[in-house]
Design a protein around this ligand. Sequence first.
Ligand SMILES: Nc1ncnc2c1ncn2[C@@H]1O[C@H](COP(=O)(O)OP(=O)(O)O)[C@@H](O)[C@H]1O
Ligand SMILES: [Mg+2]
Length: 239
Amino acid sequence: MSSGASLAVHDITSGYGTVQVLDGVSLTADPGTITAVLGANGAGKTTLLRTIGGFLRPSRGRVLLDGTDVAHRRPEDIARSGVAHVPEGQGVITELTVAENLRLGAMLRPRAGRAAALDETYQRFGALAERRNLAAGSLSGGERQMLVIARALLAAPRVLLLDEPSLGLAPKIVASVMDLVRRLRDEVGLTIVLVEQNARSALSIADQGVVLNLGRVVARDQASVLAADEALRRHYLGF
Ligand SMILES: Nc1ncnc2c1ncn2[C@@H]1O[C@H](COP(=O)(O)OP(=O)(O)O)[C@@H](O)[C@H]1O
Ligand SMILES: [Mg+2]
């Protein structure tokens, strides 16, 4: 069973003011799948996620959520439609406790379901349950990444946009973050767009991948096919 929505990005052109970054980018993600968006620093990965999330308005193209174009809606409306965006940088509110950070995430839900959703979160994230009364600023990088993902999940999304969740984490922690992302697909059925510079890790859990270079798609295929393409790896994926 899948709780995920289908996501289709059609021919998006987007950027910052007069600076065009993305040029005709498309991708299609089936419900309950992981799509890795790969490419070097500056390729346009973050710009793509921000455009899907509504923080940037595309000058051309469509963003379809279960077939409905949301490209020109406001970010809060897109969030309410079921798209959760976890930006780069493990941004928790450091002065608040873990529990307070999570309660903020639950605000997007109807009041009646919040307590149960928080209980479920603590069951899924044992490390956060143990640390619930500590300041979020005292968490390790890996724990902060768990917290921002857990907080995003509390909005009950159908599409999860993750921007470089492995950035700055030790290899062992990266593996546990990837394992979490895989479980969110397999156990929750979420549709996940996973932006990563760590292409090897992302492709190890993804169903498919899209490779960006200078704002254009230069390759798209099943994850296993991309991971086996030595020329692609050498030119664009760095492993
Ligand atoms: N706020 C901004 N204003 C202008 N240009 C930006 C801004 N943010 C990013 N860019 C430019 O957009 C391009 C793509 O950036 P980004 O989407 O952040 O790439 P990635 O996430 O793949 O590293 C880069 O050339 C970057 O300099
Ligand atoms: Mg980025």
